[in-house]
Design a protein around this ligand. Structure first.
Ligand code: GAR
Length: 212
């Protein structure tokens, strides 16, 4: 048996050597509902390529924690001080041998210590066509509101690498749709969410396929 790892067992957070399958390991950070996290967990549930090893949140009330529980995926809640002033989160991710960190509706700026520990291994999804409608405070309904107010003809989503600034890392993938006359905030949000759910798991999969 070679040096391969597999994780199983409800609430297990440890890896151990087993079989000949090396699965890439994904950690998802989310602050709220976690509909994107849900799609990612569904996508990789029976994958031989990768698995969601951990879900992390800054919000103890976030519904994403329930979703993780439904998939029997361990979760971890942290506070601001821990995130910005300690190595705890990096230590956990390293201990779990995480290959890719996915921000799926995570609203805090990623600290340098985490960026350094996972260079080019942290990605984010944003509900607009960056570089437009990004930056601090640009999340959720505010984004779609700003798009409507600007009279844009098209709207969409961006999946990008994370750097030290909000929404400014290298773009990995964008998908767009035409804004129709009479489209409301709710419609834009729905159409954007459909694209997010359609593309995010696939983009993650394609990225992981390139890793050794
Ligand atoms: C998603 O639309 C994501 O693009 C957005 O938060 C939503 C989370 O939804 N992220 C940002 O706005 C980051 N700036 P979800 O919790 O249902 O996945």
């Amino acid at each position: 048996m070679s040096e391969k790892y597999h994780i199983f067992g409800y609430k297990s957070i440890f890896k151990y050597k087993r079989f000949d399958i090396v699965k890439k390991r994904i950690a998802i950070f989310a602050s709220g509902s976690g509909s994107n996290a849900q799609k990612i967990m569904e996508h990789f549930k029976y994958s031989s390529l990768a698995e969601v090893a951990l879900v992390l949140s800054n919000n103890p009330e976030a519904y994403v924690l329930q979703r993780a529980d439904n998939f029997e995926i361990p979760s971890h809640v942290f506070d601001r001080k821990t995130f910005y002033e300690s190595d705890e989160i990096v230590d956990i991710l390293k201990r779990l041998e995480i290959d890719l960190v996915v921000l799926a509706g995570f609203l805090w700026l990623v600290p340098e210590r985490l960026l350094k520990a996972f260079p080019n291994k942290i990605i984010n999804i944003h509900p607009a066509l960056l570089p437009k409608f990004g930056g601090k405070g640009m999340y959720g309904d505010r984004v779609h509101q700003a798009v409507l107010a600007a009279g844009e003809e098209e709207h969409g989503i961006t999946i990008h690498f994370v750097n030290e600034k909000f929404d400014e890392g290298e773009v990995i993938h964008q998908a767009k749709f035409k804004i129709e006359n009479g489209d409301t905030l709710e419609i834009l949000k729905f159409k954007g969410q459909q694209l997010e759910h359609q593309y995010f798991p696939k983009v993650i999969e394609n990225l992981l396929k390139k890793y050794n």
